[in-house]
Design a protein around this ligand. Structure first.
Ligand SMILES: CC(C)(COP(=O)(O)OP(=O)(O)OC[C@H]1O[C@@H](n2cnc3c(N)ncnc32)[C@H](O)[C@@H]1OP(=O)(O)O)[C@@H](O)C(=O)NCCC(=O)NCCS
Length: 148
């Protein structure tokens, strides 16, 4: 298996849909394509590709905070179930860390749902440790799909 890791383009949207769906988020290719196009210029979305097919992805960006300063945040990381355990996730995370280091960022941070025990083991193996337990809160300001 020869895996290439490269920056994502809007053309990768259809390949990303099943990987996002496997994480429990229903989304269309058109919506993923729009989201890729609307990302801030500094964000990095990486895809792992096996013989032309997307088999993993990772989104990393620079976050700013008065409290903790700047750090790299992993906003998403997933590998196609058929490729899990083959080193793809580790390769994507390494590329994200290299992106962060190359941009002068010293800390990589991520949030992972409490139900994702397998992913937590994966991150620990990659040198990450738990720094806090949090409650995620959000509020919808308009009904879903209503015109803005
Ligand atoms: C978590 C995930 C990204 C890991 O990707 P992966 O390609 O399966 O991981 P890798 O094969 O690169 O594994 C790298 C190392 O972590 C270890 N690892 C991976 N999954 C593990 C698990 N469930 N338990 C223990 N170790 C694990 C591997 O054994 C490997 O160790 P090694 O370097 O000593 O051989 C992938 O399983 C996934 O997409 N899961 C579903 C989506 C998800 O939970 N994403 C994270 C959201 S925060």
């Amino acid at each position: 298996m020869t895996i290439e890791v490269r920056p994502a383009t809007a053309d990768d949207a259809a390949g990303l849909v099943p990987l996002i769906a496997a994480m429990g988020y229903e989304v269309t290719a058109a919506e993923v394509e729009r989201r890729i196009r609307e990302l801030p210029a500094g964000d990095a979305v990486l895809v792992a590709v096996d013989e032309g097919r997307v088999c993993g992805w990772c989104h990393v960006y620079r976050s700013h905070s008065l409290i903790v300063g700047q750090r790299a945040e992993i906003a998403g990381l997933a590998v196609d179930p058929g490729h899990q355990g083959g080193g793809v996730g580790g390769a994507l995370l390494r590329h994200a860390e290299e992106w962060a280091a190359g941009n002068g960022i010293e800390v990589v941070h991520l949030r992972s749902g409490s139900e994702r025990g397998a992913a937590h083991e994966f991150y620990r193996k990659q040198g990450y440790s738990s720094v806090k337990t949090q409650l995620a809160l959000s509020k919808r300001l308009r009904p879903a799909g209503s015109p803005s």
